[in-house]
Ligand binder design. Structure first.
Ligand SMILES: *Cc1c(COP(=O)(O)O)cnc(C)c1O
Length: 482
């Protein structure tokens, strides 16, 4: 092909490709439609249902295929309204009081938007020192919150499961668990540990390790005496105790293991001590709860989920490691094509401390709201949730419900015991009444073989009236069974 034809082709493709570079007019057209939708969404959020029990699709996606040509912004937004922002759980609603709710504060959306437009490379210091410094400023703040002294490190991962995974792979490297050791090594946890812990063990190749589920007390907390006994027995059987996993707020019932006592045992037996604070970690911010977390600073690794306790939109979980060298060793790499980056490095980069290389600049979605609002409203929101939970726990007992353990944080379980009839069936029916109503969404669990409803109050938008809705529905629901 001659040069002239090559230039013609280039010019043709360049023109076609310009669709990807909207001009200012086009951008403001997009943005006005997007912001009209997001404003409407936020205006209506307090009246929208938290749960819509309708899982039909009716071919919507099949009838909206990808095409070679552009689709109108309006059509796209209408499609999202009808097919995405509708059925299932609405996590942005304050009525979401099930599982562990997320958040979605607006300031984080600004951070995400700017991060995506700038597309600054937050993986490596050389590429954008400012982006890496923002993430490190957050890690330093979390280190302070947890009570770590100098020498710690951390990473903003995509969520709690990834953060646990990074901690577990770090523990394995730090404790030098070789393949031949796996079957004789042991990990200590309780049945309250989040399922992503055993998932992570599988992913890092430790699924053949021996799991020791330690018996819990009546508040679903690990019994330290039984833990110590089990470790001693394992040592005398020639096994290699490796890691202790504690919960600082379990997902299921909000249990907090005796963190300080467990730290003594972990130290005595030289175990890697990991604390899962995905749900509970940010309650360190509150006077009402921070004493319950004493000992968290003694963990070798700990995780906290800002997309839970800091009300951010989904997509960020933080892993902290007391000794940064372990985190570095577990994620070290060497690559010729990265040789330019080393000379400029003044601070560690996320790529040195995690499995990721290119990644979203997720620090900005946390940093912007922390600057925009200050820390006080985060603290206040969490305290409000603590008191809402205590309020509900008292009120539901007044209605005649049986309750689970006194809530440590913001999860509480409850069930109705009828004069006659199958309690499990009746409680399932009560739950379905709440689900069909849809203004609030709560979930259930099984404790000691029985069906329990549970609330988890963590959305920044959850207020007293949401809990009053549940109480009203329950009161109405049990009328026939009293
Ligand atoms: C939510 C949660 C996880 C998992 O975190 P994701 O962010 O959902 O991946 C792990 N542990 C606990 C205690 C949790 O509450």
């Amino acid at each position: 092909m001659n040069l002239e034809s090559i230039e013609k082709l280039i010019s043709k493709y360049e023109k076609e490709g310009l669709e990807l570079e909207p001009n200012r007019k086009k951008r403001s057209e997009y943005m006005s439609e997007v912001s009209e939708y997001s404003e409407q969404f936020l205006d209506e959020i307090h009246s929208k249902k938290a749960f819509i029990n309708d899982y039909t699709n009716d071919g919507a996606f099949e009838n909206f295929p990808f095409e070679e040509t552009p689709t109108d912004t309006n059509n796209i937004i209408n499609f999202l309204k009808k097919n995405v922002d509708r059925a299932g759980i609405n996590p942005a609603s304050g009525g979401h009081i099930g599982y562990i709710p997320g958040g979605g504060i607006y300031g984080a959306a600004i951070g995400d938007y700017l991060a995506a437009v700038m597309n600054r490379y937050a993986g490596v210091f050389f590429a954008t020192p400012g982006a890496v410094r923002i993430e490190n400023q957050i890690i330093d703040w979390i280190g302070d919150l947890v009570g770590y002294k100098q020498g710690f490190g951390g990473n903003l991962a995509s969520g709690g499961s990834m953060a646990n995974l990074i901690a577990i792979s770090t523990a394995r490297i730090a404790k030098k668990i070789k393949s031949k050791d796996i079957e004789i090594s042991t990990i200590y946890l309780t049945k309250q540990a989040h399922h992503c812990v055993t998932k992570a063990l599988k992913i890092v190749g430790l699924h053949e390790i021996q799991l020791r589920y330690i018996t819990m007390d009546e508040k679903y907390r690990m019994n330290p005496e039984l833990l110590a006994e089990q470790i001693e027995k394992d040592v005398s059987d020639g096994l290699k105790p490796f890691m202790l996993v504690a919960s600082a707020g379990s997902t299921d019932v909000g249990a907090i293991d005796p963190l300080d006592k467990l730290a003594d045992i972990a130290e005595k037996f030289n175990l890697w001590y990991h604390i899962d604070g995905a749900y509970g970690g940010f309650f360190l911010l509150c006077d009402e709860t921070k004493d319950k977390l004493v000992g968290i600073n003694r963990a070798d690794s700990v995780i906290l989920d800002p997309h839970k306790g800091m009300f951010l939109p989904y997509g960020v979980g933080i892993v902290m490691v007391k000794n940064i060298n372990h985190l570095l060793e577990a994620n070290s790499y060497d690559a010729n094509y990265m040789q330019d980056t080393k000379d400029y490095q003044q601070e560690y980069s996320p790529a040195d401390l995690s499995p990721e290389l290119s990644r979203h600049f997720r620090g900005l979605r946390m940093w912007v709201p922390m600057k925009l609002h200050g820390i006080a409203p985060f603290r206040a929101c969490l305290s409000e949730k603590i008191w809402l939970t205590r309020y509900f726990y008292a009120k539901v007992q007044e209605l005649g419900f049986e309750v689970g353990p006194d809530p440590e944080l913001t999860v509480a379980a409850f069930r109705f015991i009828p004069k006659s009839g199958d309690a499990n069936e009746i409680n399932k029916k009560l739950l379905s009444i709440i689900h069909n109503d849809g203004r609030v969404f709560i979930s259930s669990t099984t404790l000691d073989g029985e069906f329990w409803m549970r609330i988890a109050v963590l959305s920044f938008r959850t207020h007293k009236y949401h809990l009053d809705i549940i109480l009203e529905l329950l009161e109405e629901g049990i009328r026939d069974y009293k």
